[in-house]
Design a protein around this ligand. Sequence first.
Ligand code: C2E
Ligand code: MG
Ligand code: MG
Ligand code: MG
Length: 278
Amino acid sequence: RARESSGSSYHFFTADMHDRVVDRLTTEVALFRGLERGEFELHYQPKLDLRTGRVTGVEALLRWNRPGMGLQMPDKFIDILEQTGLIMEAGEWVLREACAAMRHLPLSVAVNVSPRQFLHPHLGARVMRTLEEINFPADRLELEITEQIVVEDEEGAIETLHDLARRGIRVALDDYGTGFSSLQRLKRLPLHTLKIDKYFVMSLVTDKADAAIVHSTIDLCHQLGIQVVAEGVEDDGAMRMLQTFGCDVGQGYGICRPLALPALDAWMAAVPVGPKPA
Ligand code: C2E
Ligand code: MG
Ligand code: MG
Ligand code: MG
């Protein structure tokens, strides 16, 4: 009885915990089946060159049509894909699907790569094999990674980044500013692009500190030879400010929401697309 009163030595498996475990297992099984049954789809969000006003690329964003539950956003399932290792298969599908869909358009294609995918051996060689199979040029692909990969294995990550660069595959550091964002690290990583996290960009117009952070990050990147993308561009005010700061590329709801392929085609019919004609 003495132990009982100490409280912390006893764990109670409550009904609520039981529900969560069952929910999680059900989702894992459903994801596994969903991959087999082709329940995933990609939405594409355009990236706008802020100097020319032309659309020069898209980012592929994963969606899951879960039977009976509607279209699921990544926050509902990406972590589970990652933890179960299903992300390897899902990621391969995303790469193939996105590049095949954009093959005939004069656009770059950005694909998000999770830490597990990135740290798996021979990433560069595996990506090249897929690109060759579908006949997609390496220099039109951009892989979006997060600082998490560097936290897990900095030397391995740097080696992989050099390998990708040698193959002509560009890499963007996503969600910049939310992690540890060490400048030492930024200096060591061979990056093509840096994406400033949307939480800085969304408050650009109203928050002087965020404006200062965004402006100086753009200048720093340009001095390091890194291109800058601002994500979360929601209105004209933010867009104009980014243009004044010399930001290269904008992406956000204020330009265009992520769209399924037919809607993207319709949207792009009305805007200038691809590099500026000579
Ligand atoms: P991310 O790569 O940083 O993608 C940007 C997210 O911001 C997307 O959310 C996009 O819809 C959203 N967004 C774009 N513009 C705006 C805006 O103006 N305002 C606001 N508030 N949000 C905006 P989404 O599609 O829900 O994706 C969330 C995250 O899931 C992505 O963040 C990425 O980390 C992950 N993800 C998506 N697709 C994949 C994938 O194929 N593989 C992996 N590993 N991760 C993915
Ligand atoms: Mg991304
Ligand atoms: Mg991001
Ligand atoms: Mg994000």
